[in-house]
Ligand binder design. Sequence first.
Ligand SMILES: [Zn+2]
Ligand SMILES: [Zn+2]
Length: 143
Amino acid sequence: MHGRARDAWRTTPQRAAVLDALRALDVFVSAQGLHTALVADGTAVGLSTVYRTLRLLEAAGHVDVVRDGDGERLYRPRPDGGHRHYLVCRECGLGLAVDSEEVEEWVVRIARDIGFHAVDHTVELTGVCDGCRPGPADHRTGS
Ligand SMILES: [Zn+2]
Ligand SMILES: [Zn+2]
């Protein structure tokens, strides 16, 4: 494993509150949504602080980020031990971790073949979850 210089993150009480709130919500959430949750919980924190904290968390590798249909960034704490890829519902924001072993191996192979180091990648999968799918679930294939 190669170490990445990701030590820009320093904990402050406000940042800790933002991260705690993010961990408490187990779905992908926007900065706005997280701010609303924090305020509802009695935490006095500005929206700009939430935005800035989420950016820092992202830069430090502590959160996973996806974009919703409108291009808004949605955040979720990254589990210990590396990043995950998620399949995210465009309707309700439900995020399910998916097996990405093949993607990881592909990245390693591409990086090695081309001779790049510290290659990072972003994979975003979005769809509509079963609960949000209109009508009875059937199994039509093709168009
Ligand atoms: Zn859904
Ligand atoms: Zn990956």
